[in-house]
Write a protein that binds this ligand. Structure first.
Ligand code: ADP
Ligand code: MG
Length: 631
């Protein structure tokens, strides 16, 4: 069957968009290819459709579970065999799943980059008939990109594992540096390249100064009907703002990286089916999620780069209809952003310190081999040394990037249990107690640990769960019960990382090459942040053009639909004057009040007021308010 027929039959689309057909041809010819196409251009189709045309399986590497789920569901609905590996699946069932993949004729198999770090997984999957590899959101591979994921760097193991398979890398945002990095990292210097303009002609870019950002966000929602996303930097802000909006009668909800998978799934579904109109979210929300009719994206906090901003606003208007992207600004933003994005960056000093602390904390001796593993609970580690958690995390990531150590995220819980009584009391308790569960637990503690009565012992909750046939929650409940009875005391600690392959300790040599990198990294982040800041506060240049220039595209005209002076002043002055008239006729208002109520660019409001003053329609009185002069 030819590709046009497939497009009709499985997707019901009449034709390919530019340059889908040429990319698909390159893939079919087994050439390495690299596509930089804006969000919504239809990148997925470029690896999905060829997967149907050739025998064998296409392996798709993609960073987010939500994204995999979304695509696999969509493919299944279209009658295409696809599967993905759940993040939380234990290795046992993964093995089973890979066997299904090997024998089950799957066209597409989705995998997260983290999976590629598991040797058991790699060993198994190497037996599958993987003939093509697609790397979606490929910018994650580059530390120049806005979403760097160290595990993306592991993708190249697939080259060795499947030497015959061609690579297709896709991304929606690649400055020249990122593009270069992607090609190098994926070892495909002569890949065929495809790109499209980054212009989103249906997007209206606006930046407004707002005294009260919540109120401003709410006003935007009233002004622009339809589905929307409000991005906040912090998780707690998403929750609070969503609650505020609900109070105002908006069907809003929140979404952030700290929620359970189940909860995320439900919330996403509610938003996708328009039960929830507005999702207040951290940027964990939305990457690659396919909802076409998002009409409004509001940023309460400035992202750290234009790439991020472009990507996040790109989630609006994917149906090609008009949509608005609003960035709310406040004079305190610059300080905030510095705190958020710069102050936590690793420094030469934090690097030395963190490394030294790690060696001490885990008692790693000079010259010790790299074969030990260490459980790291980040917060207690940082508390122990009185160091900043975010900076420490960033420093650890850098150490990993430089190959000094490896980090594996884990959801492991470590319990520390102290006995508060001696053995006779416990035995007596066992005789008297009729609760089978808590007895089982006590027996476990007695049997599993000979030192139970003399020292604090550490327990791995999932192991206990398996042996006792209890869930984690149940175990914690029973332990609490025993704690109430004053038999034990316990603390439960979340292990964030397992550290392994840590390089032998020779501080100066281990770290010297990193110092240059740390400085370069700082400079890079600062320059990205500055570009974002200039975009936000430059009210003169067309917003669309500012973005396109950043990506190396030059325009000769203006977009006439953004909030910059050149684009918005002339066409809407009549509208502004009539709005000012109706506002001031009903009540005298100060300039600040007007700015909060009206979502025109502040300078533009000042111009309007100036004109009304000159026309003697209004007067500024001692109360600093503008009063309408009755005709
Ligand atoms: P990207 O990954 O580039 O952001 P997607 O692959 O998610 O974009 O596609 C965006 C939307 O465009 C999807 O709903 C997809 O089904 C649709 N689409 C892709 N190709 C075509 C086409 N040739 N004709 C019509 N719609 C298409
Ligand atoms: Mg995509």
């Amino acid at each position: 069957m030819d590709k046009h027929k497939l497009l009709q039959q499985y997707w019901g689309y009449a034709s390919f968009r530019k340059p889908q057909a040429s990319i698909i041809d390159a893939v079919l010819q087994n050439k390495d290819s690299f596509a930089v196409l804006p969000t919504g251009a239809g990148k997925s189709l470029c690896y999905q459709l060829p997967a149907l045309l050739l025998s064998g399986t296409t392996l798709v590497v993609t960073p987010l579970i939500a994204l995999m789920e979304d695509q696999v569901k969509d493919l299944k609905n279209r009658g295409i065999k696809a599967m993905y590996f759940e993040a939380a699946t234990p290795l046992q069932s993964i093995v089973q799943q890979i066997d299904n993949c090997i024998h089950g004729n799957y066209a597409l198999v989705y995998v997260s980059p983290e999976r590629l770090q598991q040797s058991a997984f790699l060993e198994r999957i190497s037996q599958a008939n993987i003939v093509r590899i697609a790397i979606d959101e490929a910018h994650c591979i580059s530390s120049w990109g806005h979403d760097f994921r160290p595990s993306y760097r592991k993708i190249k193991v697939l080259r060795t594992l499947f030497p015959e398979a061609s690579f297709l890398a896709l991304t929606a945002s690649a400055t020249p540096e990122v593009a270069q990095d992607i090609l190098e990292q994926l070892e495909m210097p002569s890949a065929q390249r495809f790109s499209l303009s980054f212009e989103r002609s249906n997007l209206f870019y606006k930046t407004w100064v707002a005294e009260d950002k919540w109120q401003a966000a709410h006003a935007q929602l009233q002004q622009y009907p339809g589905s929307g996303i409000i991005y906040c930097f912090s998780r707690i802000h998403t929750e609070r703002l969503a609650a505020y909006l609900k109070q105002q009668g908006v069907a809003a909800d929140y979404f952030h990286g700290g929620m359970e998978a189940e909860e995320k799934k439900d919330k996403l579904a509610a938003w996708q089916s328009d039960k929830t109109r507005i999702m207040v979210a951290t940027t964990a929300f939305g990457m690659g999620i396919d909802k076409k009719d998002v009409r409004l994206v509001v940023h309460l906090d400035m992202p750290e780069s234009i790439e991020n901003y472009y990507q996040e606003t790109g989630r609006a208007g994917r149906d090609g209809l008009p949509a608005t992207a609003v960035l709310l600004l406040h004079s305190s933003d610059q300080t905030e952003m510095k705190m958020r994005f710069i102050d936590h960056l690793p420094t030469v000093e934090s690097l030395q310190k963190t490394y030294k602390h790690l060696c001490n904390y885990f008692q790693i001796a000079y010259g010790e081999g790299p074969d030990r593993q260490f459980d790291l609970a980040l917060s207690s580690f940082c508390e122990h040394y009185g160091i900043d958690e975010k900076q420490t995390l960033a420093t650890l990531r850098l150490l990993e990037e430089a190959g000094v150590l490896k980090l594996k995220s884990t959801e492991k819980k470590l319990l520390e249990v102290h006995a508060l009584v001696d053995q006779s009391v416990v035995l007596q308790e066992l005789r008297q107690n009729t609760n089978a569960k808590s007895n089982a637990l006590l027996h476990y503690l007695l049997r599993a640990h000979e030192y139970f009565f003399s020292a604090a012992i550490q327990l791995d909750v999932s192991k206990m769960g398996q042996q006792l046939q209890m869930g984690k929650q149940q175990i914690l409940k029973e332990l609490q019960h025993l704690q109430q009875k004053q038999l034990i005391r316990f603390t439960d600690q979340h292990i964030d990382f397992v550290i392994y392959d840590m390089q032998a300790r020779e501080d100066a040599y281990t770290l010297a090459p990193l110092n240059v990198q740390v400085k370069a990294n700082q400079a890079r982040k600062k320059s990205k942040l500055n570009a974002m800041y200039r975009y936000a506060w430059d009210t003169q240049k067309c917003k669309r053009n500012q973005i396109l220039t950043y990506f190396g595209e030059l325009k000769t005209d203006n977009c006439s639909q953004c909030s910059a002076h050149c684009c918005s002043a002339t066409p809407h002055i009549k509208e502004l004057l009539s709005v000012l008239e109706s506002q001031l006729k009903s009540a005298a208002l100060s300039a600040v009040e007007l700015r909060q109520k009206l979502y025109f660019e502040p300078q533009f409001i000042s111009d309007g007021l100036q004109q009304l003053l000159e026309d003697e329609k209004i007067i500024l009185k001692n109360d600093y308010k503008y009063h309408w002069i009755d005709d």
